[in-house]
Structures are given as C-alpha cells and as structure tokens.
Write a protein that binds this ligand. Structure first.
Ligand code: ZN
Length: 445
C-alpha cells in the first residue's frame, strides 16, 4: 500500500468513527448555545472514553471511571482530568500521546519548533487536518469571505508536510472554486507586487508577514485595498495593527495554535470580542488556583480539542493568557467569548537583571528596515546578549545597517548587548523552518 493510499485508508476508517457530522457542523453556524452545549457534551464523552482506552498518557492520569457523575456528565468528567503542559506531552513522547488504534506513519506531522526551541510533536490524520481547517473556513465565511472571494495568504516560509495531500485544494483552484494566492512575504522580494496584481477581496496570513507586506506596499506606492484583512498565527499587537491599518482596510483577528488550529475569531459584528470556537474546542480560562476566572479577568488558556482523536489534547495549557469575556457575545452569536488575548508567556526572552523582553519589542523597533531584509532570526545568545541574523537585500548598505542596529539598541536596556550579523542563509530549525525568534533553551515556560 502506498503512503497516499494508507492515508486515505486511515481517513475512511476515521470517518466511520462517527466523525461525519463534525464536518456537517462546520457548514453552518449553530442555532443556539444549547445546541452547541449538547453537541459538545456528546463529542466530549466520546473523546474522554477514547483517550482513556487508547492513549497511554491518559491511562494513568484520567480519573477513575467508577467516579459517579452528576447531571453535567462529560463537562464534569473533564474537570477531573489534570491540566497538562507541553512538557507533559514531551515527556510522554509519541508512544505515550498517540492513540493505540492509529498507525503513526500514516499521520501528518504538524509539529512546531516553538519559540523556546523545544520541539512539540503534533500529529493528525489527513481528515482531522481538513476538519479543523473547515472550522477556520467557517470563520472566514462569517466575515463574508467565501470561496468566490479572491484571497491572498501571506506567510513567512512554506512549512508543508509533503504527505499533506493538497490535490483537493489544487483541484478546487483549477476549477475556479477557490481563488487563493500564497505569497512568501519575507522571502520573496516581489510578494507585494504579486499581491497587488491579484487584487484580493481578502488579505490574510501571519500577522507579522502581513505587516511586512503592507510596509512594502506603502514604500513602493502599490495599490492594495482588500475589503478585509484577517490576521492569524501571532499576537496582533498594537504596533502591528497600526502597521497593517496603513492600507485602510478593516482588520479581524483569528486566534489559534498549532495544536488546535482555530480557537477563536474576532466578532464579525464588530463587538471587539473573540467568539470561542465552542463546537471544536472546550476553552477554559483558569486562575492560579486552577478555577475559572471571573468575566473581565485574565487567566491561563487551557484547551481540549473535540476533534483530535489520533493525538488527543485534553486540558492542555497552550501558554497564552487571555481575558475571559461574557458567556454569550453581545451580537447574539451562540458562542462564549474572550475579551483579549495577551499572547504567549513562552515567547518572552528572559534577560539579565530579571528583565522579560517580548521579542516583538525588537521586531517593532527595526520594522522600518524590514523591507531590506529577506529573512531574519533574533537569537538570545546569553542572558545579556542578543544576535540578529539577517539575510539582507542589496538595498541595505552600511548606513542602513547602522541605523537598524541603533534603533534596536535604543529599544533595549543599556545592559543588553545587541549585534547584527549578515549571513547568506538562515539554517532551518528542528521544525524545518528558520525561526524568527530563538530564546535560550529552557528559558521559557
Ligand atoms: Zn459577536
């Protein structure tokens, strides 16, 4: 059996496991919160039973099945599962975290190298991957971006798994069902021109890639005026929002993670809240005591993926802080909400003198010169030393380089040494892509 056939075979087996209605759920928005809750409870009890039986990590850690449950059923059972961290998953390894009824070699590798340099292994079936993407497409449709709207997707660099069969997507493009142009916003010097020529209705992509693309559009006086910009993949900080807003289009933000894909999306009705994807995840915002925080308070984001069976993520801490919002959005949509997302605690550089530095501080300081940078990686070499590896274009002369370094140093405490090193290429990290930020190993969460 070829790999491709094997993938299909596992996919069909997976569909038989009652997943078909999960796909149907992504075709339209749920009617009301009670319907979401019923559906969620049914999925959750299936997932918890599966994890208990098939996944070694949960053999020991799951609460005793003999525990009698009250009326809340699956939701109450979930609360008895321990909160797990990335480190718990790393220590358990693939052998401990994959379900016993899947063949590891048939799964897609969605691993992330992570900003702390600690690789997090993530596996999904091909169909699980498609399903999670369907929830993402539903969010786009809620913004009025359907398959007829031309979309530009701006990324850093390709990080595709060659086994992630894209024939369906290519067929849809060839038949004109979907019109998507993918550009490499930092590696391709002509990305801005390509995006402008495509005249997209929707511009989407990694938040910092979009900021870089918009910078170039403005610098080169190109015309790019999509009806909507949808930012993904990274925290939408105020400076990044301001940079992207330079083209004048409204911005909506998607909040997600590699482990779960879409977690929440900014309210399409413009309430400023994020709608939590309650029919794909159970998202808890927990305080230091492990209990849910009050509405309006910040806490740690702990997530359970309702549709990941090959590698279940149950009460998994993704390392973000968020502010809990009302249980229903004021716009009337049947979702719980977040009021703000404070980003990844693990992205911080821990520097000498107890200073925590968000890498974006440097990134934002040097943004005026990023149009001359093909690729860059900011690495922490010691607790008082940062090195900026840069693959520069011909446009960056000695004077430009000196101004960039001066701007970065001005953004840093005086005790921190910052140097720039020009290189021909930036080596790929363990995830197969060069990492924009590399903190000292083990300095993160
Ligand atoms: Zn809303």
């Amino acid at each position: 059996m070829t790999r491709s056939h094997a993938t299909w075979h596992s996919g069909i087996a997976w569909l038989r496991h009652h997943q078909w209605d999960a796909f149907r759920a992504t075709l339209r928005e749920p009617r009301d919160a009670a319907a979401v809750a019923r559906w969620r409870d049914a999925r959750l009890s299936m997932l918890l039973a599966h994890a208990r039986q098939q996944v070694p990590l949960f053999h020991l850690r799951a609460p005793s099945h003999a525990t009698r449950l009250g009326a809340d059923g699956a939701g109450e059972e979930l609360q008895r599962f321990p909160v797990l961290t990335r480190r718990d998953y790393q220590e358990a390894g693939l052998a401990g975290t994959l379900a016993g009824n899947v063949s590891p070699e048939r799964l897609l590798d969605r691993s992330t190298s992570g900003s702390t340099g600690e690789r997090m292994a993530i596996r999904r079936t091909w169909l699980e991957e498609r399903l999670l993407n369907c929830f993402r497409w539903r969010a786009f449709r809620s913004y009025g971006v359907g398959r007829h709207e031309r979309t530009v997707n701006a990324l850093f660099h390709g990080n595709a798994d060659p086994r992630d069969d894209q024939r369906l997507a290519r067929l849809a493009m060839a038949l004109g069902w979907r019109q998507i142009l993918v550009v490499d916003a930092l590696g391709d010097d002509a990305a801005a021109e390509k995006a402008a020529r495509f005249a997209p209705h929707c511009l989407t992509g990694m938040t910092s890639a979009l900021a870089a693309l918009v910078d170039t559009v403005v610098a080169r006086r190109l015309t790019l005026s999509p009806r909507l910009v949808v930012t993904t993949g990274e925290l939408l900080t105020a400076p990044l929002r301001a940079a992207i807003a330079a083209i004048g289009s409204p911005i909506r933000d998607l909040y997600g993670s590699n482990e779960f894909n879409l977690l929440a999306w900014q309210c399409p009705a413009g309430q400023g809240t994020y709608h939590v994807c309650d029919d794909a995840v159970v998202l808890e915002v927990l305080g230091p005591d492990g209990r849910p925080v009050e509405v309006g308070q910040a806490g740690e984001v702990v997530v359970t993926g309702l549709h990941s069976f090959a590698m279940p993520f149950i009460r998994y801490t993704i390392g973000d802080l968020a502010v809990r919002g009302p249980d229903r959005c004021p716009c009337g949509a049947p979702y719980s909400t977040l009021m703000a997302i404070h980003g990844r605690t693990i992205e911080m550089f821990r520097l000498a003198g107890g200073i925590s530095l968000h890498p974006w501080t440097i990134h934002n300081a040097v943004r005026p010169w990023l149009g001359m940078v093909r690729q860059a990686s900011l690495a922490q070499m010691a607790d008082d030393r940062l090195e900026y590896l840069v693959v520069a274009t011909e446009a960056m002369g000695v004077a430009e380089e000196a101004s960039l370094v001066a701007a970065a140093r001005a953004a840093l405490p005086a005790c921190i040494n910052f140097t720039l090193r020009r290189v021909d290429a930036i080596p790929a990290g363990p995830g197969g892509k060069a990492r924009p930020f590399v903190a000292l190993r083990g300095s993160g969460g």
